[in-house]
Design a binder for this molecule. Structure first.
Ligand SMILES: N[C@@H](CCC(=O)N[C@@H](CS)C(=O)NCC(=O)O)C(=O)O
Length: 222
């Protein structure tokens, strides 16, 4: 059957999928969203995705985009970047790439080790130590975000864009690991930036709960 829209495989709570959904919405690109459960991946998803990770975008011409940042770039460029998300990137390609690499590399590792320290440790004491070490590592990155935001309201510049929306779902997760502690940290600019995002219609617009996809289900037009 001819598929009318690209197929977008998603998982609501996944920060990678969140940032891809944010970019698709900003670009105004309509997709058929297929929510999956990571513990019960459908065969059609596994057939489409070599990495078996979400998000995955299956284009109508048969191309498959498997990395969330690639989906963001594809969507924004395809639509002519209507909201100026790529303005910061156009001006500072190298710095933006370095930021994205650190975000998906060192910061994500710190986030995982901090949030799920017990999975990586033999006992409670070593879990606590590991969590503290990686929380400190993450703070290093967050301190620098706060510093940047003290100069301009967004990482992208005077309006939010690629770096902001690529990072916000992960900063949100870092906060969720221990909200009381996070909210006490002296990151005035970062706290404001994150809170504005959490309360935004933009964020709410990509967080609807959908039932997991099953073969033959009515497409969810996202
Ligand atoms: N580099 C990938 C990473 C995507 C990723 O790791 N997604 C997680 C969910 S947040 C996943 O699908 N994990 C596979 C699993 O848990 O089975 C991207 O940017 O899209």
């Amino acid at each position: 059957m001819e598929q009318e829209w690209p197929i977008f495989w998603s998982f609501r709570r996944c920060p990678y999928a969140m940032r891809a959904r944010l970019a698709l919405k900003s670009a105004g690109i309509t997709v058929a969203l297929r929510e999956i459960l990571l513990r019960d991946k459908p065969d059609a998803f596994l057939a489409a995705s070599k990495s078996a990770t979400v998000p995955v975008l299956e284009l109508r011409d048969g191309r498959v985009i498997e990395e969330s940042l690639d989906i963001m770039f594809w969507a924004l460029q395809e639509a002519g970047d209507p909201a100026g998300w790529l303005s910061g990137w156009s001006l500072r390609k190298q710095e933006t790439q370095a930021f994205l690499d650190e975000l998906d590399g060192e910061f994500k590792t710190d986030l995982d080790r901090y949030k799920y320290a017990s999975r990586y440790s033999a006992d409670a004491q070593s879990a606590l130590e590991l969590a503290n070490t990686h929380r400190a590592g993450g703070c290093n990155f967050l301190n620098r975000i706060d510093m940047r935001l003290s100069k301009k309201p967004f990482l992208n510049g005077y309006s939010a864009g690629l770096e902001d929306y690529a990072a916000l779902p992960f900063v949100r997760q870092f906060r969720i690991a221990d909200m009381k502690w996070f909210d006490k940290q002296s990151w005035p600019f970062l706290q404001k930036w994150l809170q504005a995002f959490l309360h935004s219609q933009v964020f709410k617009g990509v967080m609807y709960k959908y039932k997991p996809w099953v073969p033959g289900a009515t497409p969810i037009i996202f």
